[in-house]
Design a protein around this ligand. Sequence first.
Ligand code: GMT
Length: 387
Amino acid sequence: MNVGIVCYASVGGSGIVATELAKVLAARGHQVRLISTERPVRLGEFQAGLAFHEVHTPGYPLFRDPQYLLSLANKLVDVTRSFDLDIIHAHYAIPHAAAGYLARQILASSGRVRVPRIITTLHGTDVTLIGSDPSYSETAAFCIDQSDGVTAVSESLRDDTYRHLPVRAEINVIPNFLDCRHHQRRVDERLLARYRRGNPETKLVIHVSNFRPVKRVDVVVELFRRIRERLPARLLLVGDGPDLSGACRRAQELGLSEDIEPLGEQELVVPLLSIADLSLLPSAQESFGVAALEAMACEVPVVASRVGGLPEVITNGESGFLHAPDDLDGMTASALRLLSDPALHRGIARGGLQAVHTRFCAEEVVPRYEAFYEQVLARDPASVSSA
Ligand code: GMT
């Protein structure tokens, strides 16, 4: 199949999942074209069957903002004409589903007989936060409905989509996944010693995110403060975003600057996860939680909020711990239990690893996308107006 995959490349799990999907599909013999504004972080080296196409969005003094939707739709038309795409798979509905819709209309009205099918994968905030904002909800729902196929990364997100938006399309749930051969614990003793600062008793707590308000980084710092009161610990903050500087300021006010390592954006998270003892994810909302999955794959127990799709990833008490978002006492208690009871730590780490390997490895999930592509290609295309 010729597949075009559209995603945000810079930050966030949707770009990571889209890039991993592109790589695995190419390895399975498909011709894949990844289309984005910049080279996705996780793209890696040359791989046969996988090409990257950059979207340029020229500015102009009259525009307040660059016209990304238009330049992306234009790029999709170009790439389809040059490489005969069967499928355009849009990751994150806003505005990628709209760009796919527009590209399909343009191709059909130019007399093209075979237009690509548009598949939209909903990732979370494209529905729960920004998509349901009254400024976007009508266009978001329309473009989702106009897709030839729609998937969501969790049952919870599928239900949220019907609740938040006037969407009528059938939504198929295909969960996020990892390349499990790559995502596995590999401890680098020198890295471990470096971040423990010479004290082998020190526990390393990690938080990986895009540091947006929905991640509640202030709560991460507060949980760490409570942990630090009870045992020697250091906090690795991986990623960047608007709330990182506030978190560092707060840590300074609490006298914890020495115990916090803001590591910025990192292409390779496995070495960092592999030295961690605990991952914190007290998000206000999380449609899935790729960060939790990556931690579990590296045998790091996760303490997270019981929100959105996280209960579909973590089974409380078996593969991690879930608490109501405001239950900071509960999260602290679970964190301290994990950090002070090696048998419990081992059991939860093993439970997490097993959950990943039984349900969330690429070999398990990617064939579901392939089957969905086939299913959508076998259907009549969504109606397109041709000139
Ligand atoms: O947090 C965001 O807005 C970014 C977005 C993304 O592009 O990664 O995250 C969402 O998609 C991820 C991949 O499917 C999910 O793992 C995240 O849970 C989801 N974020 C939220 O629902 C807040």
